[in-house]
Each structure stands twice: as structure tokens, then as C-alpha cells.
Design a protein around this ligand. Structure first.
Ligand SMILES: [Mg+2]
Length: 452
């Protein structure tokens, strides 16, 4: 099958006949199209000899891509410190004490993201551990996203380091097929940004996302329409995006573990059993997905909340917790390059009643200070000595981060605070989070002064 293999497919035999049957390939290293050469059972570019070639019957007709940076945070740190190149590297140990990203060398020892740090250190005692430097990753992520937007305006970011792209109709602009543009893009990110990406090319988002994961790192995989059903049949249901652990367990309890089993079921039966999700499963199991790549944000809100061990009524304590939550929300907004106009405070009473209070701002924000102050105002009005078992804060009405927090003409002090927060972000990206927390708290971050 010329199929869903990480492309560079294999053809049995050798010699001139095999060369002829291999046809032409697109070389990911020299970016030329050349007749393939066979070396043993693997395809090579006849122009430069590279084995990193693309060959697929649908290569020139597919235009939906998923691009995902490889071990992004770790790659950025390795780029910036060549001494780390050949060492196992773990980014983590922040507030939650878990691995946030690890390089591929650390993965050989079994380290994985979201693993507790103590376990990661056990598995890989000689790993270098670095605290995440979000501001830096946001900058690099933004740069890569801008480069994606030069390929096509239809870029749908999923996170700081991955996005869907629809390259339909871009051939004339780039004088290249989508596959060629994507290969060129991957090479330019390596050469100009200094990190690597993996590309998945397919007829739709569902298959493109699966494809990008098949051959990491530095991968380029194609899943064509013709092979989608047979490729999916072998896979576990967990591969389907949106099928969480709980739903997987439910399906497993009903005897369903592979996508092939879903393919054999009637859509009406799946719908009867699992409602709307059942219908969706029926389509996805056959590789059908008609969701468009949308440059508009799919995330509706970003929020953070915490439940207390014992109920709290002390407003000062609630405020302190609220500040931490606002900082978390802000970090996530900045990481995803988002900003929101509406701030919502959420409280839950001991009898599980939920109270929400919202306020719309003049401009979208991604700053911890603005989110906190807005939440603080809402808290003052809502708390009044009552006890609560939960507090949360969220930001909605999301837009692009580039439109966040313009200079405030009405309130120059607010503008000052915004600049201070940005300065802290910039310093953190240079010297690390810890250094700045200690340094600026004393040196007079206006947020902290006001608190004393
Ligand atoms: Mg990634």
C-alpha cells in the first residue's frame, strides 16, 4: 500500500523496474521533484540522494494540513543553548510539579508530558531540568504562526505550537502544490527559526491531525481519502479526537475498542446508543469530517477555578487566591495568543449554589492585572461576608492577542500597569520566571506595592 505510511513508502524489489514503478518523488531536503531511485527497499531522491521523500497517489490533490512543532518548549531551549543538544532535557517543575515537555532523548527513558517530576527524575536521573519560559515560547510560537499565515490566511491555531491550515487554492500564489509549500515551510522553520515541525496532509482536519503524529519528529505523513477507511480500521478508538477517557471506557464496556468495529456499525445504531457523539463517531470512523478550517477562534473562554478544603469567607484570602487564578488565566491567554473582553467571576456557596458576575471591558485584555482587578471589583460586590467553597475567574468574548490592551487614554495609571506587566513578561523571558518574581516584587512592581 502506498498508503498511510509515513511517506517515503516501500516498494519491494529493486533495479530499473522498481525505479520506474516508484514514479517521481518530492524531496523534502532539496525540494525538487525527481524520478525516484530505489536503494534496497527504500525510496530516495535521485537529485540529492535523500531518503526523506514524499510519494503518494493523492499528494498533489490534498490541501488540508496539520502542523505541529516537535517537543516545542524543549526544542526552543536546545536552540538557545547548544550545550543541551545531546542531553536529555525536561521542561517542567513549575507550579504543578509535572513535566510540561521533554525532548526526544528524554522520551527514550520513558519520560512523558504531564508525568510528575519526581517520576521523570527517577526514570532519567541525568536529565537537565529547566523551568518553562512561557514568554519566550509565545514569541517563537507567534513567529511561526505569522509564517503559517504567509502560506494561507486559513490558519486555525489549536495551541501555541500547532495549527490547521487550508491551502486550497494557493497553488497560483506560491507556484507550488500544497505539499510542496508545506515541505518548503518545514525546511524554512528549521533553517530560520531553529526548531522542527511535523506535517500531516490529508483531505480533512480529522485525518490531518492523525497524520502529523505518525512520524514525529521532522515528519511529513499523508493519509489519502482512498486509504482512510483501511488505515483507521486498525486503530484504537482513543485515536479519535474528542473521545475522552470516560467515553472510551463506556465504549469499551460495550465491547467497542477499535475504529474498525465502529465502521461495521450502522450510524443510526450509534446515534441511538450515544446520541450526537454517536453520529459523529460514525462519520469519523470512515474518515469523513466536513468541519472547515476556520481562522476564527474556536475557544470560547479561558478560565481557572479552585475548590477549597474548607469554606472561606475571608475576603483577603479570597482576593489572594483570585490573584493567582487571574495570573494563570493570563498566562494561558498569552500562550495561546488570545485576549478577551468579558471577565466573569464564579463563586460556589456551601450549598452548591453557583453565583456568577460578569463585566465587559472597553478593550480585550490578556493582562493578569486587568483580569484580577476586574474580578476583585466583582468579588467586593458579591462576597459580603458570605462563605464559599469555590472561586473561579474566566475571560470570554475572545479575540486575537494582537488586539489586546491598547494604551488606556482615560486611565494613564492602567497603561502604566500594563507596561509594567509586559516588562515583567519580557524580563521573565530573558532571565527566567523565578528571578523576576523575587527581583521585581521588591523593586516595585506596582501590583505588589498596592497589595502591601
Ligand atoms: Mg507540538
Amino acid at each position: 500500500m502506498s498508503g498511510a505510511v509515513p511517506v517515503g513508502g516501500r516498494i519491494a524489489g529493486g533495479g530499473a523496474e522498481a525505479d520506474r514503478r516508484a514514479g517521481t518523488v518530492l524531496c523534502r531536503d532539496c525540494l525538487t521533484r525527481a524520478p525516484a531511485a530505489m536503494r534496497g527497499t527504500s525510496l530516495r531522491c535521485r537529485a540529492c540522494g535523500s531518503p526523506r521523500v514524499l510519494s503518494h497517489p493523492e499528494l498533489d490533490s490534498l490541501s488540508i494540513a496539520h502542523i505541529d512543532c516537535d517537543a516545542f518548549y524543549a526544542s526552543v531551549e536546545k536552540r538557545d543553548n547548544p550545550e543541551l543538544t545531546d542531553r536529555p532535557l525536561i521542561i517542567g517543575g513549575g507550579t504543578r510539579g509535572v513535566v510540561s515537555t521533554c525532548c526526544y532523548i528524554a522520551r527514550i527513558s520513558g519520560v512523558r508530558s504531564a508525568m510528575p517530576m519526581f517520576k521523570a527524575r527517577e526514570l532519567c536521573p541525568d536529565a537537565v531540568v529547566i523551568k518553562p519560559d512561557m514568554a519566550k515560547y509565545v514569541r517563537v510560537g507567534r513567529d511561526i504562526r505569522e509564517r503559517m499565515r504567509a502560506l494561507t490566511p486559513l490558519v486555525e491555531p489549536l495551541s501555541i505550537d500547532e495549527a490547521f491550515l487550508d491551502l486550497t487554492g494557493t497553488e497560483r500564489l506560491h507556484h507550488a502544490t500544497p505539499a510542496e509549500s508545506l515541505a518548503r515551510f518545514a525546511r524554512s522553520i528549521e533553517e530560520e527559526v531553529g526548531v522542527t515541525v511535523s506535517v500531516g496532509l490529508a483531505p480533512n482536519k480529522f485525518l490531518a491531525k492523525i497524520a502529523s503524529d505518525l512520524d514525529k519528529p521532522r515528519g511529513f505523513s499523508v493519509i489519502g481519502a482512498a486509504e482512510a477507511v483501511s488505515f483507521l480500521a486498525e486503530q484504537k478508538i482513543g485515536l479519535i479526537w474528542g473521545v475522552g477517557k470516560v467515553f472510551q471506557q463506556k465504549l469499551a464496556a460495550d465491547g467497542l475498542t477499535t475504529i474498525g468495529q465502529l465502521q461495521k456499525m450502522e450510524a443510526v445504531d450509534l446515534a441511538r446508543r450515544y446520541g450526537a457523539m454517536g453520529l459523529r463517531l460514525a462519520s469519523l470512523a470512515h474518515g469523513r469530517d466536513d468541519r472547515p478550517v476556520s481562522a476564527h477562534r474556536e475557544t470560547k473562554s479561558v478560565s481557572s477555578e479552585t475548590t477549597f478544603d474548607t469554606d472561606i469567607s475571608d475576603v483577603a484570602r479570597l482576593r489572594a487566591i483570585l490573584r493567582r487564578l487571574a495570573e494563570e488565566v493570563s498566562t494561558r491567554l498569552k500562550a495561546a495568543d488570545l485576549a478577551g473582553r468579558t471577565v466573569t467571576l464564579k463563586l460556589k456557596t456551601p450549598d452548591f449554589r453557583i453565583i456568577t458576575r460578569s463585566r465587559s471591558l472597553a478593550d480585550p485584555t490578556q493582562l493578569a492585572d486587568r483580569i484580577f482587578r476586574t474580578g476583585e471589583d466583582l468579588l467586593k460586590a458579591a462576597a459580603e461576608g458570605k462563605r464559599f467553597r469555590l472561586i473561579g475567574i474566566g475571560v470570554s468574548e475572545l479575540t486575537d492577542g494582537t488586539r489586546a490592551d491598547p494604551d488606556d487614554l482615560v486611565d494613564p495609571v492602567a497603561g502604566q500597569r500594563a507596561r509594567a506587566e509586559r516588562a515583567v513578561d519580557a524580563l521573565r523571558s530573558k532571565f527566567g520566571k523565578q528571578a523576576v518574581e523575587l527581583g521585581l516584587t521588591k523593586a516595585g512592581d506596582p501590583r505588589r506595592q498596592r497589595d502591601r
